[in-house]
Design a protein around this ligand. Structure first.
Ligand code: BZS
Ligand code: CA
Ligand code: CA
Ligand code: ZN
Length: 418
């Protein structure tokens, strides 16, 4: 910073060589990268209450290590607040460019679109491209519907998958694309998959925050910019912007610089509104057609279910004992399949305005969040196949439950007949 009291001539003399150097070495350099928060290690918090106190500073908790240490993304004011809580904070080294060509094995937004186009061209009977709206910067929010007679809205239970709502969680889009490949390529030869595709309508949206994704990936700081939010000027954490108990409970930040900024109002972000309107559009004849929902994140190795806004396991009128048991039972089965840890979202820390609190709280869709593994936001590309393969079966299991989630607790006769 130049002190304001310095004479202008001195300032110019000091700055001139710098300006010249900049114009010579980087004539067409775009504006400086956004101020993505840095990552830190926080040791001290051991309980959900203590993690919530950390989250309340506005920091994003990216993962909880087996020994309890938190990996967080935070701005300096939040780090100061975390230290005030009495915790020890150290800087976490920025992710290193991997030895193998870093970004190229992850799909860019354009490559993801090309992949969807190729899929619907190859499997026109069972795969159809759907554009449900546009991002703040005008990019398509695009996905596929997979079902037999795909052009027809049949009376079949529906399942919804979204991924990459947090821009830097790169593995999540690969997982969604892998599910699309599994369902389409497996249709002809695999009876489990054929049965699923014939009896369900499956919606998969691999990159629901395309502006953030493009910004994160179009980077001279490989492997990515560590960007989480959307790209509105006051960037919003889309997973705090959903309109169920939005901002209710200290589970999001009102500071636009924070990684968990909830936005000025619920559904303020175009990307949020595109998703909520799509889900609302699946109410047909007064009935929500989507029966199971999954929001895919990384990298905490978790299976989470609602609610996140309260520590209570059940909520009168909003989450009954049977509904909680159904979430918990399915969540544990999914975790048994993929090796993650199953828990109610608030067992991690309190959040508000998340996708799955809304899809359950407002729409009564049995809802889950996966936190994939990988140990960071940008696992080496050579690890993508194995990481994605590890959750394949759990994704199919979830789709199977769309017929009647209460089947998990043996109460299908009570809740799903007629
Ligand atoms: C992430 C972590 C994610 C979040 C955890 C979470 C999701 C908590 C849903 C509760 C509900 O960024 O991947 O804080 O958004
Ligand atoms: Ca069908
Ligand atoms: Ca239907
Ligand atoms: Zn996330």
């Amino acid at each position: 910073m130049v002190k304001p009291s310095r004479p202008l001539g001195v300032v110019l003399a000091l700055l001139l060589p710098v300006l010249l150097a900049l114009t010579v070495t980087a004539p067409a350099r775009a504006a400086a990268p956004g101020t993505a928060a840095k990552q830190y290690l926080v040791s001290g918090p051991a309980t959900a209450g203590q993690r919530t106190a950390v989250a309340r500073t506005g920091a994003a908790i990216d993962a909880v290590r087996p020994d309890g240490t938190l990996e967080v993304s935070a701005i300096p004011s939040e780090i100061a607040a975390i230290r005030k809580l009495g915790h020890t904070v150290t800087v976490l080294a920025a992710p290193k460019p991997s030895a193998t060509a870093a970004a190229t094995s992850y799909h860019t937004f354009a490559e993801m679109q090309a992949s969807l186009n190729a899929t619907v061209a190859a499997y026109p009977q069972i795969a159809r491209k759907v554009v449900i709206g546009q991002s703040y910067q005008g990019r398509d929010i695009v996905g596929v519907k997979i079902s037999d007679n795909v052009a027809t809205d049949e009376n079949e239970p529906e399942a919804l998958y979204i991924a990459n709502i947090h821009a830097r969680e790169r593995l999540t889009a690969e997982t969604a694309l892998d599910l699309i490949a599994t369902l389409t390529q497996g249709y002809a030869g695999n009876t489990r998959i054929r049965d699923l595709v014939n009896t369900r309508e499956i919606w998969i949206f691999p990159m629901v925050n395309p502006d953030g994704q493009v910004y994160d990936m179009t980077s001279d700081t490989q492997p990515g910019r560590m960007w989480r939010k959307n790209r509105q000027p006051a960037a919003v954490d889309l997973n705090r912007n959903f309109p169920y108990r939005w901002g209710c409970c200290g589970g999001s930040s009102g500071n636009s610089g924070s990684e968990t900024y909830r936005g000025p109002s619920a559904e303020s972000a175009p990307e949020t509104r595109v998703l909520t309107n799509f889900v609302r559009s699946r109410v047909v004849g007064g009935r929500q057609q989507i029966k199971v929902f999954l929001d895919i994140h990384s990298y905490g190795n978790l299976v989470l279910w609602p609610f996140g806004y309260t520590y209570s396991d059940t909520v009168p009128g909003a989450l009954s004992a049977d509904e909680e048991a159904t979430h918990r039972t399915i969540g544990r089965q999914l975790a048994a399949s993929n090796g993650f840890t199953p828990q109610q979202a608030s067992d991690l820390y309190i959040t508000d305005g998340t996708t799955d609190d809304w899809t359950w709280g407002d729409q009564r869709i049995f809802s889950f969040t996966f936190e994939l593994g990988g140990g960071g936001f940008y696992p080496a590309p050579s690890r993508i196949d194995a990481l994605v393969a590890g959750v394949r079966d759990s994704l199919l299991r979830m789709t199977e439950y769309a017929d009647c989630p209460y089947r998990a607790i043996g109460k299908q006769a009570q809740y799903c007949s007629a």
